[in-house]
Write a protein that binds this ligand. Structure first.
Ligand code: AMP
Ligand code: MG
Length: 406
């Protein structure tokens, strides 16, 4: 058996980032930038009002501050989007709507709620200072502002910033396409009759879902029987269609576990079949077919998902430009004990990570830990990392990996 970190490092060292290209901003959420980006437009693009109100000149501000109240004639109304460059005469003011350009010789805007106004006159009796309620040109983003560094993961707010300064596209690592295959003579499709000896294929569906929530495009490549010629054809076809191939089943030591052998043949003898010192998810195969990374995950449904989390997800992150692709554990207090005996393996215990009544992170190990017990896994949101030994006690602080999508 090899340590998990060795398996992870091996995989990562054989993974390249996906191609960097200009991606339309509406397709870039969750992607990672491949270069830094500087603003070529400024925000706001002109001085404008932050409120609906009355814009006044500095002379009126001075009069107001001397006398406590002024009356000014309303010369015009300016709506948001108005293209006119306005300058007002002494003794006048304008009604102005949020976002509208400020007349060039106005110095502040009084909120409409603080004004008594008729159609032609405004009476102002509140305190006001120059600059009040004016959003200055370039105050959010000046021209030349560094918007993002390289290798920034784009969120909805980033997408909004890009749109606000006129970028239709953003340089980012291309979204990758993952093909998922299930292998096994025993597998039946959802919707097919379940004859004796068969089980339903759940892995393909859970793996398509987890790959898609990891930000990839996915392709369902179906079920392939445990027959070398079928597997060979399916793997070769997949390598032409997708950037990453994920299979489940057939990487163990059974008589019909052909995946690892066929993968090795198709990757010119360079595939690695590993026995990793972890539980669940000990067997794992990794190689490349025509330069397309191939992940052979174990067939047991819990093992397949844990293997994805520990070995596939870091690789996907690296492919998509993440500079720190390995998952990082958090510390939490165990609400129950976990007993184990030394077996040379690190255990990943399905668990529920939560915030307790004192506002601290706590984690509850779940009861059923069998690697075929997917229903129990579906209640878990985390894995407690338990090094080889006797386990942990209630109230002990433990390391936990949250099972999150990205
Ligand atoms: P294998 O790794 O092929 O020996 O499979 C290990 C166990 O996982 C067996 O009990 C299989 O029936 C089960 N299994 C394999 N593939 C799937 C799948 N796609 N969905 C659900 N169970 C599976
Ligand atoms: Mg099998």
């Amino acid at each position: 058996m090899i340590p998990l970190t060795q398996a992870q490092q091996y995989v990562l060292s054989n993974i390249d980032t996906s191609r960097a290209m200009a991606i339309p901003i509406d397709e870039a959420n969750g992607l990672i930038t491949s270069g830094s980006l500087e603003a070529m437009e400024e925000i706001p693009p002109f001085d404008n009002t932050a409120v609906d109100g009355i814009a006044i000149r500095s002379e009126e501000i001075d009069r107001l501050n001397l006398s406590g109240s002024i009356e000014v004639r309303i010369a015009a109304t300016i709506a948001a989007g108005s293209p006119d460059k306005v300058e007002i005469a002494p003794g006048t003011c304008v009604r102005i709507m949020t976002g509208a350009p400020i007349p060039s010789n106005c110095s502040a805007v009084v909120m409409i709620e603080d004004v008594v106004a008729s159609d032609i006159m405004a009476t102002i009796s509140c305190r006001i200072a120059p600059g009040d309620n004016i959003r200055r040109k370039g105050s959010d983003i000046a021209i030349g502002t560094r918007l993002f560094e390289s290798n920034t993961r784009l969120t909805p707010a980033h997408i909004g910033v890009l749109a606000s300064v006129g970028f239709a596209k953003v340089p980012a690592f291309r979204r990758i396409k993952i093909g998922v295959i299930s292998t096994g003579d025993e597998l039946a499709e959802v919707g097919q009759a379940l004859t004796y000896g068969k089980i339903r294929d759940s892995n393909r569906h859970s793996l398509l879902a987890i790959a898609s929530s990891s930000g990839a495009n996915v392709l369902d490549l179906g079920i392939v029987k445990d027959r070398p010629e079928d597997l060979r054809k399916a793997f070769l076809d997949a390598a032409k269609e997708v950037d990453v191939i994920i299979t489940s089943g057939g990487v163990s030591v059974g008589d019909f576990d052909y995946t690892k052998a066929i993968l090795n043949e198709l990757s010119n003898g360079k595939a690695q079949w590993m026995q990793i010192a972890i539980r669940p998810a000990k067997p794992f195969a990794f190689g490349k077919i025509d330069n397309t990374p191939f992940f052979g995950l174990p067939g047991n449904p819990v093992s397949a998902l844990v293997s994805f989390e520990l070995l596939v997800k870091p690789a996907l992150r690296k492919m998509q430009g993440d500079l720190e692709p390995l998952p990082r554990p958090v510390l939490a207090k165990a609400t129950g004990a976990y007993k184990r005996t030394p077996d040379g393996k690190r255990h990943f215990v399905r668990s529920n990570l939560h915030v307790n009544n004192s506002g601290a992170l706590a984690v509850k190990p779940l009861d059923k830990q069998g690697s075929h017990m997917l229903h129990e896994m579906s209640k878990a949101n985390s894995l407690i990392i338990v090094e080889d030994g006797d386990g942990f006690l209630k109230d002990q602080e433990v390391e936990v990996l949250p099972l999150s999508a990205l």
